[in-house]
Design a protein around this ligand. Structure first.
Ligand SMILES: [Zn+2]
Ligand SMILES: [Zn+2]
Length: 169
């Protein structure tokens, strides 16, 4: 959905969008949105820019980095962003690029889907874990060590002892 902020005449301007999770391509991050993405926002004029107060809610799913089991990641965030028309941006060139919540709209339009996608990417944890102490997969036989045990570690140690015992001191 495209929002042309030049067309807005009355403020606050309220946005309520429910977008299907499959519209959000998070493949690059090995994640997917398994629920609708609910986006609500109110847009106000603010010192020459437009202030977007928004909230975003959905359920993401991504594999645990250790055991590869799918992990549900609920997202419920509330934040704000400042939208500038490109013309306004020229007057604000002193702004630091580190201001992540500043958006410069060259066409005057905000792509709500792209904006929400970016927010979802930011919401993804750096490291997805099914639980803090996930024991991961055995590097030898691939068994999920959260659910079962194997003797691989023991065998590796035995093999090392055997190698050691062959060394003549
Ligand atoms: Zn895990
Ligand atoms: Zn094993």
């Amino acid at each position: 959905m495209l929002l042309d902020i030049r067309d807005i005449v009355t403020y606050p301007y309220v946005i309520d969008e429910i977008m299907p999770g499959k519209d959000f391509d998070l493949l690059e991050f090995h994640a997917e949105a398994v629920d609708d993405v609910m986006f609500s926002a109110s847009l106000n004029r603010f010192q020459g820019s437009s202030l977007l107060d928004f909230s975003l809610k959905t359920l993401l799913r991504a594999p645990c980095v250790r055991c590869l089991e799918p992990v549900d990641i609920p997202v419920a965030k509330r934040d704000r962003a400042y939208l500038f028309l490109q013309n306004d941006a020229a007057d604000h060139h002193e702004l630091s690029e580190q201001e992540l919540d500043y958006y410069f709209l060259s066409t005057g339009c905000l792509d709500i889907t792209a904006f929400a996608l970016e927010q979802l990417i930011i919401s993804l944890p750096e490291k997805v874990l099914c639980r803090e102490d996930c024991r991961g997969l055995c590097p030898h036989c691939g068994i999920n060590r959260n659910h079962s045990t194997c003797d691989c570690d023991k065998q590796v140690i035995d093999a090392r002892w055997e190698a050691l015992s062959k060394i003549k001191l």
